[in-house]
Design a protein around this ligand. Structure first.
Ligand code: GDP
Ligand code: GDP
Length: 438
């Protein structure tokens, strides 16, 4: 499971600026998806040795210092974090609120890195001396706005993580061929536990039920005939045994870790409750992750025809960017439709892992360009010359040409749609990487 870094500190010290720095690195790779609202609080960081989960605790609180810390959400984030990044505004020196926050953070017993932000335009040696008063050791200077020192900061933290963390990360990058790792995600009450119990029902063979290897995440290996799977369970989910009455808080962090660790995600939607903000946010995380995806529209039982059509419209309207995923209407409670989910997950994974030959991709690119040419930029037409595969899960298609940096998002979406259809990719996002040269 990915390590979790929480950003804490007074309002205005630069937490969200740093959060954006750490989480937005892949924008160049992903064409802007219209209608997608990104989570401003949780993200996957990829600057530095990454990946890791970043939590901006500042988004939650309007309060100052101690008030902010006492808020439940902040406390949960701190509890779930492996490492705390305490940001201060170096231009302000050490304020009483900073001293209070520092005292509270020391009490958590978690490793804390003191991050001295906004070191642009000031005398660092003078400022650093004062920050030692916080009793958190040497401050790490950064300028989040300019990105200075940010990568070094993260590398330094990775160096302090217990052994195994980086290995665990490396492992998730490497697709193992023998078992498909499936994560079941969805908002609270959508029916995840019920679905997991169904998936692991009697007709399946649960190979063994191992306790969590890394922290509190659990992978449950099971098999359907010859096919091997690993179900990524998070501690918040109840398995096999009866669903606990205990109400688990919805952990975005655990969900993000599960998404990163899986090959294919099954997004469970609650047909009775409709499509809400949490579903849209989760969907945005899924898009950012690039994972193969199956949508399970759960609780399809007992829906009136009107409710069914309203739901279809709501999914199209609120989650249009997930239209690459197969949609299955299921009842986890009664079992209808559940049997088809794993087959859909297999198809999605197979699509995500396909090898796409260069001649085929280049021919498809030529066809697409022939049918609908890219626009002119400063009087010259953007040229797209050839394409090859740059990665799998998700498939990345690298396109070489001239002035490709000016290729509009709408044209990129057109190419993605054309390529997806022609390649019959199902259940996986497709990414373009544009290269310009001569
Ligand atoms: P938050 O409330 O802690 O999330 O703080 P923000 O990220 O919203 O930043 C508060 C202000 O500080 C914004 O105007 C930022 O542009 C500015 N800021 C953030 N980082 C830096 C930096 O490294 N240098 C300078 N000069 N300003 C910064
Ligand atoms: P989780 O929080 O996502 O793990 O959701 P649970 O699996 O605990 O389910 C929440 C509630 O929805 C429980 O009362 C389930 O019995 C109910 N539920 C789950 N699946 C279905 C379904 O397919 N149909 C109906 N009618 N109820 C369901």
């Amino acid at each position: 499971m990915l390590p979790v870094f929480a950003l804490v500190g007074r309002p205005n010290v630069g937490k969200s600026t740093l959060f954006n720095r750490l989480t937005r690195t892949r924008d160049a790779l992903v064409a802007d998806v219209p209608g997608l609202t990104r989570d401003r609080q949780y993200g996957i960081g990829r600057v530095g040795p990454g990946p890791y989960v970043v939590v901006d605790t500042g988004g939650i609180s309007g309060g100052e210092g101690i008030e902010a810390l006492s808020e439940q959400q902040v406390r949960i984030a701190i509890t779930e974090a492996d490492h705390l990044l305490f940001l201060v505004d170096t231009r302000d020196g050490t304020t009483p609120a900073d001293l209070e926050i520092a005292a509270q953070l020391r009490r958590t017993g978690k490793p804390v890195t003191l991050v001295a932000n906004k070191v642009d335009h000031l005398d660092w040696t003078l400022a650093a001396g004062e920050l030692h008063q916080l009793g958190l050791g040497d401050p790490q200077p950064i300028a989040a706005l300019q990105g200075r020192g940010v990568s070094a900061l993260i590398s330094g933290i990775f160096a302090t993580l217990p052994a195994g963390e980086e290995a665990a990360c490396a492992e998730t990058e490497e697709a193992t061929t023998e078992a498909v790792r499936v994560a079941v995600v969805g908002r609270p009450n959508a029916g995840k536990s019920t679905l997991i119990n169904r998936l692991l029902g009697e007709e399946r063979v649960v190979v063994y039920d191992s306790p969590g290897t890394t922290r509190d995440s659990i992978e449950i290996p099971f098999a359907v005939g010859e096919r091997q799977y690993r179900l990524i369970d998070t501690a918040g989910m109840r398995r096999r045994a009866r669903i606990s009455e205990a109400i688990e808080h919805f952990s975005v962090i655990k969900t993000l870790q599960a998404i990163e660790a899986c090959h294919v995600a099954i997004l469970v939607l609650d047909a009775h409750a409709g499509i809400g903000e949490q579903d849209a946010t989760l969907a945005a995380h899924l898009i950012d992750s690039g994972r193969a995806l199956v949508m399970a529209v759960n609780k399809w039982d007992g829906l009136t025809p009107d409710a069914r059509s309203a739901l279809k419209i709501a999914i199209e309207r609120r989650l249009p960017f997930l239209d690459f995923a197969e949609q299955h209407r299921i009842s986890a409670l009664h079992g209808s439709g559940v049997g088809l989910l794993l087959e859909a997950a297999d198809r999605a994974y197979a699509s995500a892992m396909r090898t796409l030959p260069t001649p085929l991709l280049t021919r498809l690119l030529e066809d697409a360009v022939g049918e609908h040419a890219p626009p002119l930029v400063r009087g010259r037409r953007i040229k797209l010359r050839y394409a090859h595969q740059g990665g799998r899960n998700p498939p990345i298609i690298v396109i070489h040409g001239n002035q490709t940096e000016a290729l509009p998002d709408s044209y990129q979406r057109y190419l993605i749609k054309r390529l997806r259809e022609a390649l019959r990719l199902q259940g996986t996002p497709l990414r373009l990487e544009l290269k310009s040269g001569t």
